[in-house]
Design a protein around this ligand. Structure first.
Ligand code: PAF
Length: 292
């Protein structure tokens, strides 16, 4: 498979997409920050089911990193990413310089309140504003029929759904399931930062969360299970633990004392200098099939 056509300006992106539209082809967009792994490529393959043409964007968005975060060391490999995208069936790669996205004088910010206030929003206060701003721009620049986002960033996915609804952006938001390594670790570009010891400890995050899911679906007390999972992460070497939270799957509102509707367990914690996040679906007892 050839590499996708590379464009760096909004004008060139729009010119290509315009021709496709005139031909009656549907367009699906996969926004990324590069350092692509199988999780991203699964989103590209999913995008192919929603459009005859697939665009991927590659932009390490400075607005979603704060000063002390890893913007400078975030892994970058545009040539490698382009080759992987071609293999996965991407037609067009939009890889703009920062000046194309944020030209001098750029003064607009998009914020989504409610779903983005808590959890990641509380730990990384700049993050969702940066994501909302860049995603709004990418959607308006490309005007795709569908845009695909991973469930790995579950809160981000819910925020983007809210944003698209609130701003009447005519795009279908499609969710792609989290892709995992053989031992269950959620794939992430940041896994590349882990030392060998951290990598073997990292798998405990999914083990502990899956155990919590089983306990929750068996009818366990949410607060106790959140506490136990936090202690288990601590024992596995995660430090600090930003949160372990069981929330409503649709709007992340607080539930309790037991799971009585579709829910999500979400966690974020550090191994050394690497912050890992993960989440799993939790079904209420009767739906999960645990009724005695
Ligand atoms: O999930 C990501 O990789 C980023 O947050 C996104 C959606 C590409 C925006 O920069």
């Amino acid at each position: 498979m050839p590499d996708p056509v590379l464009v760096r300006s909004v004008a060139d992106l729009r010119a290509v997409v315009h021709v496709w539209r005139r031909e009656g082809l549907r367009v699906a967009l996969v926004p990324t920050m590069g350092a692509l792994h199988e999780g991203h490529l699964s989103l590209v393959r999913l995008a192919r089911m929603h459009g005859e043409r697939v665009v991927a964007s590659l932009f390490v968005n400075p607005k979603q990193f704060s000063a002390h975060e890893d913007l400078d060391r975030y892994p970058r490999d545009e040539a490698g990413d382009a080759a992987k995208l071609g293999q996965a069936g991407c037609d067009l790669l939009f890889a703009p310089p920062a000046s194309e996205i944020y030209p001098p004088g750029f003064a607009t910010a998009v914020t989504v309140s409610g779903v983005s206030d808590d959890l990641e929003g509380a730990m990384r206060p700049h993050f969702f504003g940066g994501v909302a701003t860049v995603v709004t721009k990418l959607l308006l620049q490309c005007l795709p029929d569908a845009a695909v986002f991973g469930e790995k960033d579950y809160q981000q996915l819910l925020m983007i759904r809210r944003l698209v609804r609130d701003l009447d952006i005519p795009v279908a938001v499609v969710a792609g399931p989290t892709v995992r390594e053989g031992d269950g670790l959620a794939m992430s570009s940041r896994n590349a930062y882990l030392s060998a010891n951290e990598r073997s400890a990292a798998t405990q995050m999914n083990v502990i969360l899956k155990r919590a899911v089983a306990d929750l679906e068996y009818g366990g007390d949410i607060a106790a299970i959140e506490r136990d999972a936090t202690m288990a992460l601590d024992e596995a070497g995660f430090n600090p633990i930003d949160y372990v939270a069981v929330r409503d799957a649709g709007d992340l509102s607080v539930l309790g004392p037991r799971v009585d509707r579709p829910a999500r367990i979400l966690a974020a914690a550090w191994l050394g200098k690497t912050r890992l996040i993960d989440n799993f679906s939790v079904l209420p007892r009767a739906v999960a099939g645990n009724d005695a």
